[in-house]
Design a protein around this ligand. Structure first.
Ligand SMILES: C[S@@+](CC[C@H](N)C(=O)[O-])C[C@H]1O[C@@H](n2cnc3c(N)ncnc32)[C@H](O)[C@@H]1O
Length: 289
């Protein structure tokens, strides 16, 4: 198809099937997120918004702009801020958190204590607005006077969406975000500035470092080393099998030999990777090397 046919294929603001294919392909190659044809309307509405913001008149021109070097890369970041699904909340997966607190954490702490290496590294990959990483920080903070006394704890939250990371760093949440937070945690770690405004304590906010990371970018993933626990929950559902396999291989490489890898409640590594061992706990599974 020629460039002329390409342009002739769409009206002023509708995305033609060809433009959809180009955009879908571009996004997939950049970050692994796969847009099925059923999500064309969603993509269209977000691209239309970005076309208005950038004053670009046609989807075909917008596709070309995305591929146009530095300015295109900046625009791609903006587009991804609009396209990513960031739904999350505190204490989202209670079965997993309970297994971590009562089984996996004490086990790793006991075996590391024997070596005298008192440091834990935890990664919330696809952290969205920070609820998962901060939930882990609160649970570990409760162990500060017992099994984690004098331990160095590093919790890292990463996401591809810059706007959502800014929200994570701010640490201010709605009542909806904290709805599953057990009362003692809510009382201890949040101040309720207004009915729908929960401000996270500075101690917890400062215990997590957030940064932008595209899980699909091999060059960056190789630096995320030596984690005791990796959480990548409700992120890979937006990827196809090939991109899941590629990203999960990095998690495998970056996990300590005795560490644990967790995905979301409705997810599994079935058909994605056969390298991990499956560890069952009540109402869930974890993965180990
Ligand atoms: C539904 S949220 C999951 C949040 C949290 N992990 C949870 O389970 O509650 C999915 C997050 O994955 C992020 N994401 C999607 N693709 C990504 C990629 N290629 N690299 C990094 N983060 C990505 C999105 O920006 C979004 O914030």
């Amino acid at each position: 198809m020629t460039g002329k046919d390409h342009n002739a294929n769409h009206s002023a603001d509708k995305i033609s099937d060809l433009d959809f294919e180009v955009l879908k392909d571009f996004i997939y190659r950049h970050c692994g997120i796969f847009f099925h044809a059923t999500r064309k309307c969603f993509l269209e509405s977000r691209v239309t918004r970005r076309m208005t913001a950038t004053d670009i008149k046609s989807p075909a021109d917008y596709c070309r702009f995305l591929a146009s070097g530095t300015k295109g890369s900046e625009e791609l970041r903006e587009l991804l801020n609009e396209l990513t699904v960031t739904e999350t909340c505190f204490f989202r997966n209670t079965a997993q958190l309970s297994a971590l607190e009562n089984k996996f954490l004490p086990e790793i702490v006991a075996s590391k204590s024997k070596t005298g290496f008192r440091k834990l590294r935890i990664w919330s990959a696809g952290s969205s607005s920070g609820e998962e990483a901060y939930t882990l920080a609160m649970i570990l903070s409760e162990k500060r006077s017992t099994i984690l006394k004098d331990w160095i704890i590093e919790i890292i939250g990463t996401d591809i969406n810059e706007s959502i990371l800014a929200k994570a760093k701010e640490g201010i949440y709605s009542a909806y975000s904290v709805r599953h937070t057990p009362e003692p945690y809510r009382k201890k770690y949040f101040s309720e500035a207004a009915p729908d405004r929960f401000i996270l304590s500075p101690e917890i906010r400062q215990s997590v470092v957030f940064s932008r990371l595209n899980l699909y970018e091999d060059g960056k993933m190789v630096f995320m080393k030596s984690f005791d626990f990796i959480f990548c929950a409700n992120v890979l559902i937006y990827f196809d099998t090939a991109s899941k396999t590629k990203v999960v291989q990095h998690f495998y490489n970056n996990l300590q030999s005795y560490g644990y890898f967790f995905v979301g409640q409705a997810e599994s590594l079935h058909g994605v990777s056969d390298k991990f061992k499956t560890i069952h706990f009540p109402s869930g599974i974890a993965y180990r090397k």
